[in-house]
Design a protein around this ligand. Sequence first.
Ligand SMILES: CC(C)(COP(=O)(O)OP(=O)(O)OC[C@H]1O[C@@H](n2cnc3c(N)ncnc32)[C@H](O)[C@@H]1OP(=O)(O)O)[C@@H](O)C(=O)NCCC(=O)NCCS
Length: 198
Amino acid sequence: MTAVTLVTCQGDAITPHLEALARLRIRVFRDYPYLYDGDLAYEAEYLGRYAQNPASLFVLAFDGDTLVGASTGQPLKDEVAEFRAPFERADIDPSDVFYYGESVLLHDYRGQGLGKAFIAAREAHARSHSFGTVAFCAVERPEDHPAKLASYRPLHGFWEHLGYRRRAALTARFAWKDIDAAEESEKPLVFWLKSLAG
Ligand SMILES: CC(C)(COP(=O)(O)OP(=O)(O)OC[C@H]1O[C@@H](n2cnc3c(N)ncnc32)[C@H](O)[C@@H]1OP(=O)(O)O)[C@@H](O)C(=O)NCCC(=O)NCCS
């Protein structure tokens, strides 16, 4: 097994790695359940917002000089309205929430605890900045989706094990183009939360 190095940075310190991060997201999110037909122009805009925010966090996994995994986060108050609104409707103050953008890791590097380390690093950051809650959202696809392989293992057990709870009433819709589609379509996303209090 190759040794992987984790590096943490914030804001525009991500700039030298932005293109590698964009390509990694496009590659990993092509798989079910995201099926994301990514493009670099969208990635530049999306990741650019994180890079421009000095309060954002990137946890990068390198094998030598190659970026093989990454996770991101930023205060929810700095997120787009689509992601803030469900919390505001539920009377959860976005200023108290540190929001995870994503975790992506190439297949060859999975199952070695890096996913757990991505979460631990962001929780530690959120705690040290006095956030009371950490949260992220995940796409939900129909059980019988044709692109779901028999070997697919949902991450729900992983997240629950780490103390995250699915909040069925906290939902959003977000549009992207699926790999087999001609047009973008909206997907339902459900938020998962963990309280850092206590
Ligand atoms: C999320 C992701 C980064 C996790 O990576 P990982 O490094 O393989 O995870 P870990 O090795 O830290 O797994 C930690 C634990 O969860 C378990 N686990 C891993 N994948 C799991 C899954 N799909 N379902 C249930 N448990 C899982 C492992 O067995 C391990 O448990 P253990 O420590 O008790 O043995 C990786 O699966 C990934 O990139 N997925 C695709 C992108 C994605 O869906 N991201 C999440 C939404 S943004």
